[in-house]
Ligand binder design. Structure first.
Ligand SMILES: Cc1ncc(C[n+]2csc(CCOP(=O)(O)OP(=O)(O)O)c2C)c(N)n1
Length: 351
């Protein structure tokens, strides 16, 4: 999970104190231009520190004449800041999140609704009903927690596995599922791969799978410096439906981590401890959420696919002659081979 926002002014909720820690780290390691000037001046004035680096970003680093390779096993890793432990208790009481029970219940419902949506869409891909899918299991808390900390209008450039941000902002179940079917009602009408959601209304820029493109696009300029928050999570599912992750990691290990440290479970335990949720409510919610997703799925599956001409339209303001030619050729091909195409699933083309 890797995301940079246009506005990282306030990150609290599940990520609140993590932000504080990182900000402190940034402050102490000097990133503003005024600090650079002061430190550089000190280096010039004090002969004792003449071996200190003058490179910005390395102001406090020493210069050495010993050639030494840095090995990960010999350095202390950066500590991971954690609010909730696996039992759903908050170790540092002064970091208790200051959101209401209602806020917390909404976050939990969004996380678990995403889990249900993932399960059903993943299975539907295995059954050949949609072409591709990527689950969010294990990363749901980072989606919902960070979305909760942003303002609703903050522009988000999501990574391909960040559907929870949209879920939190109110993207409808049918909007997710329509996009995966690429049906006529979906925003991109099948011209994007499944899970490449986008929403102008929800200030969520359509997902581009190209890794890391969202970072320079969305670098935060608040306080005139970017803020990076790296959330450590475990991707529990396979990378996508095109991947079998057992080829490169132990499935047993993933399962056992998921069992003892699943983010939705951890939040649920916290809610039980806090007294705002109980097993009865949880069972009811499990049933309700499954019903909601199944109903939306059935409706979306019935909705016809966009006409095949859609793939040539809306690319340029006017359809260029080469696209007109290609569309004509394709229509002719489909007409001649109509037995091989499930044409009844598609809306008729108006062009
Ligand atoms: C620039 C770029 N190069 C290669 C790819 C192909 N690609 C898609 S996902 C992926 C692996 C990403 O791994 P990681 O960041 O660990 O995420 P996860 O597998 O958990 O989704 C690669 C190489 C890409 N999308 N973009």
């Amino acid at each position: 999970m890797f995301r940079v926002y246009s506005n990282t002014r306030v990150i609290y909720g599940l990520c609140r104190a993590l932000n504080n820690q990182i900000s402190k780290r940034y402050q102490s390691s000097s990133s503003s231009s005024s600090t650079t000037t002061t430190a550089a001046a000190n280096v010039a004035l004090e002969p004792n520190v003449s071996k200190m680096s003058m490179f910005s970003g390395h102001i406090k680093g020493a210069i050495t004449n010993n050639l030494e390779f840095i090995r990960p096993e010999n350095i202390t890793p950066i500590s991971m800041y954690q609010v909730l432990d696996s039992d759903g208790s908050i170790k540092e009481k002064s970091h208790t999140p200051n959101f209401t029970d209602e806020d917390l219940i909404k976050m939990y419902k969004d996380m678990t609704l995403l889990n249900v949506l993932d399960r059903i869409l993943y299975e539907s891909q295995r059954q050949g009903r949609i072409s591709f899918y990527m689950t969010n299991f294990g990363e749901e808390a980072t989606h919902i927690g960070s979305a909760a900390a942003l303002n609703a209008k903050d522009l988000v450039y999501g990574q391909y596995r960040e559907a929870g941000v949209l879920m939190y902002r109110g993207f409808k179940l049918h909007e997710f599922i329509d996009q995966c079917f690429g049906n006529a009602r979906s925003s991109c009408k099948g011209v994007q791969m499944p899970v490449h959601y986008g929403s102008t209304d929800l200030s969520f820029v359509t997902i581009s799978s190209t890794l890391a493109t969202q970072m320079p696009q969305a670098v935060a300029l608040n306080e005139m410096r970017p803020v990076l928050i790296e959330a450590m999570t475990l991707r529990v599912g396979h990378h996508s439906t095109s991947d079998d992750s057992s080829a490169y990691r132990s499935i047993d290990e993933v399962r056992s981590r998921d069992k003892r440290d699943n983010p939705s479970l951890r939040v649920r335990k916290y809610m039980y401890n806090r007294g705002c949720w109980n097993e009865e409510k949880d069972e009811q919610w499990t049933k309700d959420s499954q019903k909601m997703v199944m109903e939306a799925f059935a409706n979306c599956e019935k909705t016809k696919r966009a006409p095949i001409s859609t793939m040539f339209e809306n690319i340029y303001d006017k359809m260029e002659p080469h696209l007109q030619r290609q569309m004509k050729e394709m229509k002719e091909h489909v007409r001649q081979n109509h037995d091989h195409f499930p044409l009844s699933l598609y809306e008729q083309s108006s062009t």
